[in-house]
Ligand binder design. Structure first.
Ligand SMILES: [Zn+2]
Length: 209
């Protein structure tokens, strides 16, 4: 009478009933080559898996490994309904102060207000390369969590995303792209519910000197 593989697995792992284990050991000593071969291979498997069980893997290693297989979704503003923010202030609409602007550097200050947050923007045009640097801060009166959860911002021409970043814990961000007409700043939280669109051409383009 041979023993089943399941019984041998219990035997190898030391889980077999004491009386049965004694009988099985006697069976092996009868030189049953089939069972001896089975026990030999099961012992190897058990040795390997007990080593694996003994290894303690740091939790951050596990979550990093999981992330490889389940990459965190990075929702695009294209997936969200879009709402246009109201322009509250635009320095390009203010009377120019003599000497306030230098010839090769212009800064435009804009403030937008939406249901979700207020955006305070500095738009700087670097004339020689026609590069635009947009620094801004998003603030909210209702829920600080909106910023804490990582609001994303992007510059778009309406079709293409030209630059994208994530606001820091203070809601601050910086974006850079080649200046052109029709630029929009879009801000959205990965949790939704909507993407806020700020039209940088809202009143007039950055003045050229
Ligand atoms: Zn046997």
């Amino acid at each position: 009478v041979h023993y089943s593989e399941g019984q041998w697995i219990d035997y190898v792992r030391g889980l077999a009933d004491q009386a049965l284990a004694t009988e099985m050991q006697a069976h092996l000593h009868l030189n049953c080559t089939a069972c001896q071969a089975l026990v030999a291979s099961l012992s190897m498997v058990e040795a390997t898996s007990s080593r694996d069980r003994a290894l303690s893997v740091p939790s951050e290693v596990i979550s990093r490994a999981m992330a490889i297989f389940r990459p965190e979704p990075r929702p695009s503003f294209l997936d969200l309904p879009r709402r246009v923010a109201e322009l509250l202030f635009d320095s390009s609409q203010q009377p120019l102060l003599a000497g306030a602007r230098s010839a090769d550097q212009q800064v435009r200050h804009m403030v937008f207000q939406s249901r979700v947050f207020r955006a305070d923007l500095q738009v700087e045009l670097l004339s020689p390369k026609r590069m635009m640097v947009l620094t801004g801060q998003l603030s909210t009166q209702t829920s600080e969590a909106v910023i804490a959860e990582g609001v994303r911002v992007a510059l778009t021409d309406g079709n293409l995303t030209l630059a994208e970043a994530q606001a820091n814990e203070f809601g601050e961000f910086e974006l850079e792209c080649r200046f052109q007409m029709g630029l929009q700043l879009v801000a959205w939280s990965p949790q939704g519910p909507e993407a806020v669109v700020m039209d940088l051409d809202a009143t007039s383009a950055i003045r050229k000197t």
